[in-house]
Design a protein around this ligand. Sequence first.
Ligand SMILES: Cc1ncc(COP(=O)(O)O)c(C=O)c1O
Length: 396
Amino acid sequence: MSFSTFSLESIVRPNILSLLPYRCARDDYSSGILLDANENSLGPVLDETRFHTPTDNPIDDHLNRYPDPHQTLVKERLVKFRGVPSTDHLFIGVGSDEVIDLLIRIFCVPGKDKILITPPTYGMYPVCAKINDVEVVKVNLKVEDGEDRFQLQNEQKISDTLSKNPTTKIVFLCSPGNPTGNALNHSSIKALLEDPNLHGIVAVDEAYIDFTKEDDNIGSVAKWVEQYPNLVVMQTLSKSFGLAGIRLGIAIGNPKIIRLMNNTKAPYNINTLTSKAALSALTTESISNMHEKVSTILSERAKLIISLKNIPGIEIIGGKDTNFLLVRILDETHRSPSSIRARWLYRELAEHIGIVVRYRGNEVGCEGCLRITVGTPDENKLLVKNLSRLLGENVN
Ligand SMILES: Cc1ncc(COP(=O)(O)O)c(C=O)c1O
């Protein structure tokens, strides 16, 4: 099936296609004397001396009421900010993690359908697949040294894999990648979307997109959703907006897919405190604050790269497009990657210095690798000082 003959109805699970979504009285009437949802009419129970709600008044914040199931205000701001055609093209969930799980539940029949991932990649795709009893097919990214390290394999290789696995319903691409830190070329994503052996959708996870420089061949593909009905783009407020704690993820796609996501989600998935925080993050002023924070992180990343390059035994192999770097720790001769040394550093940093990085040495193409988030200037200095000291020592 090519994207031009894409038929959503033929790839969605029949039970989801025929699902009558849960409806509540608030879908019809959302104001007045609300005696429809068995809430506590006397108001929320909170220690108001300690707990501050967004307006500082729990009654005004309506915390005793179920939240708006449609979250139209948040969606309208996101649509404006991300240049999405309409709120019908946008779904919001409890982090992108909810979006990943929902897509699998909507498209994949447990025990029959498959997803395709491109390791090294984000760990939640296979975890959600496993939970849903969905098989995972893998086509590794290119991992050899060189300009196209961590890009997709050639079109033919992915196409052949899809042809051998015709029940593959979702291809998850992570761009910019985690743990690679590098964005995928637009041309390779386009080739996949147009592959006649694809009988499902492509979900492009753009969790780190605000750290990526927009140019002709990388950057967000959200603007393609009108052209490609088989594309879903995932984004989040967890990274560039610094709001991982509120759990708000986004899916942008064809309105028919978005409708199925809305039908399938739990009715009140986005809580009132989360939507208030999101509304406050999406004002014009807050968005420019986000951009400032991103550029500070990018200039800190540039400084961190210079400092790390001066430490013998470290090689930076990823992180061109994200707020983290993927660094390879070499053995004592500085000739080959050493996962033993990387793991030792990981423990030393955590247990003796109190700096927690992520060991990624078990991932495909990441032997000897640590993934390091760009911290504050002081945190980065402390990290560099200790990496440099520790790498001057012997492992044992
Ligand atoms: C690639 C990628 N996708 C999704 C997520 C999860 O995002 P959220 O916090 O929106 O669930 C992460 C978090 O680390 C990530 O790295």
